[in-house]
Design a protein around this ligand. Structure first.
Ligand code: PMP
Length: 367
């Protein structure tokens, strides 16, 4: 029986990548070493690192004036690392703007309050995080150090369908985007952002690696309290080798990047992701036995939260899913219900198997 893993992260990886890594686990390319055993400064690992960086640059068409940093600390770490690196642009008492569209932007703005004045320019909390608020309604500060958005809310299932144009209203403040859960799932224009960051453990590779893509002019403003290992300028000057980077996670990420290229790149993946999400939402919308509360137009292609009309059936639903090899469908503990994460590595067959089960389960229980 095929197994399909719908975990929100750490999440499914391409089978080909895992098989490839397995085959060279003990001896990488005749070096006599596992990648895990190599010095991060040795020629073997340096070649892995350089290829990973170049492949990512190719996949996202990262402009030459942006640096790619391979860090640690995860998405939550970046919630502190971003303000420590950027509020210094505007000095003591600087304001930073946040758009609150769900659990993760909420966590980010709380953390930033330790380092700056936080202005919540817009929030959909009162409506249960069901959309991205219209940009014209954002109450932006006139001159913030940066504007933070989470372009895909992993828990609430809300995804930005547009890039907000805020420059004219903010003195050209950089847009900072937490893309942890949908980076590489759709074509993006990196030049529209000042900083893009994300934990790797969803669409890229194993936990432990955090990706930061930062425009060069935003380097060099770190607060004195910023740990050197998290000072983007220091990390950039040392090509992410200021301290020991998460070498094995970078290696796996590099294999995922190669896999993405073989699949036709991000545009090809985006088409597949649209097909998968369309199939799943159509199934959920076809009956009131299931419910997704996000307004169409803002629904995430990666994380699909849904509720059973009769929540007393939740355990039976999950047990039946497990029997069919459909794993990790339980919703985040903070919101309950179910969640199907359908990242790049989830094949259409996995979504079809889930849809078949959703239909069968609803029929069996009077839906
Ligand atoms: N931001 C987003 C959008 C996330 O989905 C997550 C993790 N689910 C985080 C931040 C936090 O990441 P980490 O656990 O790597 O700190």
């Amino acid at each position: 029986m095929p197994i399909f893993n719908f975990s929100a992260g750490p999440a499914v990886l391409p089978k080909e990548v895992l098989a490839h890594a397995g085959a060279e686990m003990l001896d990488w390319h005749g070096s006599g070493m596992s990648v895990m055993e190599m010095s991060h400064r040795g020629p073997e690992f340096m070649s892995i690192y350089r290829e990973a960086e170049q492949d990512l640059r190719d996949l996202l068409a990262v402009p030459a004036n942006y640096r790619i940093l391979f860090l640690q600390g995860g998405g939550l770490g970046e919630n502190a690392i971003v303000p420590m690196n950027l509020v210094g642009r505007k000095g003591q008492g600087a304001t930073v703007d946040f758009v609150h569209t769900g659990s993760w932007s909420g966590k980010s703005l709380k953390e930033a309050q330790k380092y700056a004045q936080v202005n919540v320019a817009a929030s959909t909390q009162a409506e249960g995080f069901n959309r991205v608020p219209d940009v014209d309604s954002w109450k932006l500060s006139p001159d913030p150090a940066y504007v933070h958005i989470c372009t895909n809310e992993t828990i609430d299932g809300v995804e930005y369908p547009f890039v907000p144009d805020i420059a004219a209203r903010t003195h050209g403040a950089p847009l900072v985007a937490d893309m942890s859960s949908h980076i590489l799932s759709r074509v993006i224009d990196v030049s529209k952002y000042g900083v893009i960051f994300g934990g790797a453990q969803k669409n890229i590779g194993p936990a432990g690696l955090t990706l930061v893509i930062v425009r060069e002019d935003l380097l060099g403003h770190a607060l004195p309290i910023c740990p050197s290992a998290f000072n983007w300028q220091v990390v950039a000057e040392n090509n992410s080798m200021y301290n020991t980077p998460p070498t094995y996670a970078i290696y796996i990420a590099g294999l995922v990047f190669k896999w993405l290229k073989q699949q036709g790149g991000v545009a090809a993946l985006e088409e597949r992701n649209i097909a998968k999400a369309t199939l799943l939402y159509a199934c959920l919308d076809a009956t009131d036995f299931y419910q997704n509360r996000v307004l169409p137009g803002f629904r995430s292609r990666m994380n699909v939260p849904f509720y059973l009309r009769d929540e007393s059936l939740n355990d039976a639903f999950l047990a039946g899913a497990r029997e069919r090899g459909l794993l990790q469908l339980k919703g985040h503990k903070s919101v309950g219900g179910m969640r199907a994460s359908i990242y790049n590595a989830m094949p259409l067959e996995g979504v079809q198997a889930l849809v078949d089960y959703l239909n069968t389960f609803a029929r069996q229980h009077g839906g």
